[in-house]
Design a protein around this ligand. Sequence first.
Ligand SMILES: Nc1nc2c(ncn2[C@@H]2O[C@H](COP(=O)(O)OP(=O)(O)OP(=O)(O)O)[C@@H](O)[C@H]2O)c(=O)[nH]1
Ligand SMILES: [Mg+2]
Length: 202
Amino acid sequence: MKIVSADFVVSAHQPADFPRAKLPQIAFVGRSNVGKSSVINCLLQRKGLAKTSSSPGKTRGINFYRINNRYFFVDLPGYGFAKVSQQQRLNWRRLIEQYLANNSFLIGAVQILDSRLELTDNDLVMLRWLRHYQIPMIIIATKADKLSQNQLVSQLERLNRALSVQGFPEAIPFSAKTKLGQHQLWKAIQRLLKSEDNREKS
Ligand SMILES: Nc1nc2c(ncn2[C@@H]2O[C@H](COP(=O)(O)OP(=O)(O)OP(=O)(O)O)[C@@H](O)[C@H]2O)c(=O)[nH]1
Ligand SMILES: [Mg+2]
């Protein structure tokens, strides 16, 4: 995909902040610090567009990026960060549900997992939300560069087994550092965008 433009639009803290442009949206979800912003920067080949940080909980609002004036990439705040108050957790939950529910522009979500870790309860809650709202999902297992080839193979097997037991699709191995999986992920995203184009035409 040729990226002609990629612009930060807004960091939404309430539904009134969501952009009104009638463009399809692809959301990026995952636990805090898993590498969501890095995946977006990697796909767009823009180093600092989505803010990344080694301290978790960096992305607090829902950040919208307009790509080629045709669609949005949407960076959701991460879940599972221990050092937040009960109130912040509730706010997070409400904002995400308000975003996911009845959003006809949301044509798909990229669920990001850490290739080194097991599927967490929070990951499962998120995946079930996506399924509940019938949002097509792409799953990736990032930070693959932190594993040896053998470790990656066995970790992926474990993750994919846990995912398939719950009826979810397999994870694409990914690394924002080495760009492993970048083309496969773009292809999957383009498939979603294309099916949206076809739906609009019909
Ligand atoms: N080695 C390696 N490090 C990565 C990769 N992806 C992200 N990181 C690092 O992991 C840390 C967190 O990355 P972010 O992209 O900020 O993660 P995030 O999910 O957006 O974090 P929050 O917005 O805080 O929830 C940063 O230090 C990144 O440099 C990867 O594929 N490989
Ligand atoms: Mg982030």
